[in-house]
Design a protein around this ligand. Sequence first.
Ligand code: MLC
Ligand code: AMP
Length: 462
Amino acid sequence: MERASRIARALERRHGPLVGQRVLLALPPGIDWVEAFLAMLACRAVAVPLPLAAPAPEVAYFASDSGATLAIADEERSTRLPPGLPVFAPPFPIEAELDDAPSKLEARADDVALLLYTSGTTGKPKGARLTHANLAAQVDVLQRAWGMTERDVLLHVLPLHHLHGVVVALLDALTTPCRVHVLARFDAARVMEELRDATVFMAVPTMYQRLLDAADALDAEARAAFEASARGLRLATSGSAALPASLAERWRGITGAIPLERYGMTEIGMALSNPLDPSERRAGTVGMPLPTVEIRLVDESGADAEVGELWVRGPSVFAGYHEREDATRDAFRDGWFLTGDVGRREDGGVIRLLGRTSVDILKTGGEKVSALEIEEALREHPAIAEIAVVGLPDPAWGDRVTAAVVLREGAELSIEGLRAWARSRLVAYKIPQSLVVMAALPRNTMGKVEKKRLIELVLTDS
Ligand code: MLC
Ligand code: AMP
């Protein structure tokens, strides 16, 4: 904290007061990232963490939409920033500031601390405004529910531009406080090695799948070492996407317990969690509301029901989308946040998720992507006359982002060609992994593409 305060001071010295200013954070995960983030909080700036590999057009969008006045970025990422945006780069100039008192600014509860970009059913990603009060409420609840203590060591493998990585994992650990070991990227072999010293591990299902597949390929001795490390964990959590039962079982086969599955969303933080006690966890469910969180299941008629859209209320719920009053208004009804996830209440009040209200929201490897945003970008391709993007069920990714296209007359297109073309326009996880060329897209009488029917057609043909 001391170093972060000094960096904050250096930031203010060089760039003036940053209270309420949006500052892009484009550094690889590691100590610089953490210190820069804490320094921004100390300056009462709004941190806008960016996806590491976002291409220039996406970075330009985040910069202009957030109205960023500064970026904290390394050399590699600076090249993708809009020209003219001032950059504060590591190594941070703290030595020169040693004589200065650390920043005296104290954040206020309703200051926005984080602007996290998240995809929705309409247009481009929106910035979700999370206040200091939201973050404090969230970490307080998680620390209690998951029994975090100073003795814990968190192995951190998640990207830091999402709620899961930055709040649920990083902030939770930093404020416990406990040790955090941040890996620059997820790499199954490295994770298996580093798990040895960890007590807590948090991951998305795709990561569990990769870990378990990598473990299956090990020789007996290495596998035994990995199994001992996994068993040594006090807590392994899974979230951001549904954990397939088969994966949970494979993890139980090694550790004796299924991962603790929990449910949340950028806009609301963690809302539901299975119990800390492994024997009380129920596979395939996301547990019960965490303390302070209130939920409703609401059916299409607007009535409370046993199966319906999950509505959430509580102190972790965000302060609205950045400069999107209409979208913010649409996201709430009578003070409740409408998640777009459909759930069923089971015995004892435990919630099982059944799907989403919109076919246009997909989750690939825990990354939320908007089919409409991808369609908009790919429609520019010279070979494409019509396009519809859908998610097909996939054991590794959850949803497999698939582009169904009608080609222009005489044009040809391969999935490799499409991916290569899209790379300069979209971040990698938004780029379709499969391509289906069709004579026509299924449409209803109004001319709207029928995506559920499209998915059925593609699945029966494959
Ligand atoms: C990478 N690729 C993906 C992808 N991630 N494609 C589809 N979906 C994804 N999620 C691309 C790569 O760019 C590459 O393309 C190819 O797939 C294989 O790359 P890889 O190296 O094998 O993948 P990797 O980079 O290791 O990434 C996989 C992953 C990553 C699982 C580690 O996707 C990841 O970190 N996911 C976590 C997302 C997350 O934290 N979500 C939380 C949201 S908050 P090419 O063309 O180069 O071959 C939230 C709230 C809550 O949901 O409840 O937590
Ligand atoms: P994001 O907008 O990236 O924060 O993603 C939030 C979405 O992830 C939620 O609306 C859910 O659809 C999904 N999600 C999070 N946790 C789970 C889970 N345990 N099971 C199924 N879906 C989940």
